[in-house]
Ligand binder design. Sequence first.
Ligand code: CU
Length: 90
Amino acid sequence: MKKILLVLLLMSGNAFAEEISVKVQGMVCSMCAQGIKKKFSAIKEVKTIDVNLDQKLVSISTEEGRNIDDETIKKIITEAGYNVANIERK
Ligand SMILES: [Cu+2]
């Protein structure tokens, strides 16, 4: 019985890390990119953060078993002065 519960827990997705791609509008220079990078680095759920300025793409991978919801991502980016165009999760 315990084994079944464990399998169900693992399959629920919460136990895994997430890969989140965020398309950001208004990000134009490396200072913007650095600023966003810094904001996300400060969050404990974030394992790695990468900003691609050419593609205006912020790639976040979370710690195992951790997640960041869309609202939090939008809040961070909006407060930094940019707009979220799209959020994709893998
Ligand atoms: Cu800038």
